[in-house]
Design a protein around this ligand. Sequence first.
Ligand code: PMT
Length: 401
Amino acid sequence: MLDGKRIILGISGGIAAYKAAILVRLLVKAGAEVRVVMTPFAKNFITPLTLSTLSKNSVLSEFYKADSGDWNSHVDLGLWADAFVIAPATANTMAKAAHAVADNLLITTYLSARCPVFFAPAMDLDMFRHPAVCHNIELLKSRGNHIIDAETGELASGLDGKGRMAEPETIVQTLSEFFNPKQTLNAKVLLTAGPTYEAIDPVRFIGNRSSGKMGYAIAEALAECGAHVTIVSGPVSVSVKNQKIKVIRVESAQEMFEASAKIFPNCDIAVFTAAVADYSPQFPANQKIKKSEQSLNLVLKKNPDIAAELGKLKSDTQISVGFALETENEIENAKSKISSKNFDFIVLNSLNDAGAGFGTDTNKVKIIDKHNTILDIELKSKQELAQDIVDVLCEHFNRQK
Ligand code: PMT
């Protein structure tokens, strides 16, 4: 999320400073390198030792080291950072920042910084709505500083209102969104998901272990980027969170084919995540089959290959993404599906990888394109992986436009 980003955390003297320990921890966990600058007063609320241990860097607070006389360079620090987060930002610190009152290292660093600056205000509700404080916040905003808005709730004074510092998770999320802005995808997307059930009789079916988690996660990530998504879904227990996603429920491969074929001509992108049964009973019984014989033979007929059939109709401007679930000769098998089903790229998951494939909350894949370029993605949650897949799709689609 924040891999390799260099972040200065400025801590000013308010009770919310105790949350700075969690904030440092989360920033480091997100991959950032963190250096902490504290106002002298902030040290009353949290110790430099805690923060230096968590950040793995010395904490700066004074203009110079008293024993050696060495200068703590606010200029170097200001130039080093990719972002400067001041959390908590007290009324005092914001006033000093707005009016260049450079009487501590945090403010001199702020005035020297060339990177984006984020203030996370924290104070009591009456202070927070005071015209002087509001004016300073507006002044800071008008100069391009970012304000991570305070939250409403119980305050240290015992009063209830707006003034609580944003939670550390929210601050990290704000930084992450700043550094990784979401791509936009103005596209109509058809996505198949889940298993298909092929009826043997009114009670039994041939199915598989697909839960729909991978497909639904991709649908959510696509919708987040602005795409208009229709899922043609086999029987699953997962549901969509984003109500803009349209879901068409089907059971069999034939029904999935018919529903998809109606949508495909008007879509820009098709994503085939479904685990479609390749065969179905040729003569499903109308009544429940009774147990009588020692064995039962089922005649199976081939189902339509949805991706391959629609691949034949694909225009030059449409993009088609397939999935391959393999157990052997994985890369070769996946590559041959790219050409046989006219995919632009294929996402390969292997049942040989622990935590990958059916039913799990995680997956580990290789994305292979038409030119045989392979992108390896390590084991991660299906939600995170969905975002990676959608990033690749956005880049491809937006480049082609
Ligand atoms: O649902 P989850 O539990 O989260 O699991 C996710 C998943 C493992 C099902 C998913 O990641 C996945 O791999 N889906 C495709 C599984 C599969 O059927 O692969 P395949 O190699 O048999 O098919 C290749 C491609 O052709 C797939 O895009 C498939 O949707 C499509 N296909 C296959 C057969 C068929 N009759 N019609 C099709 O459209």
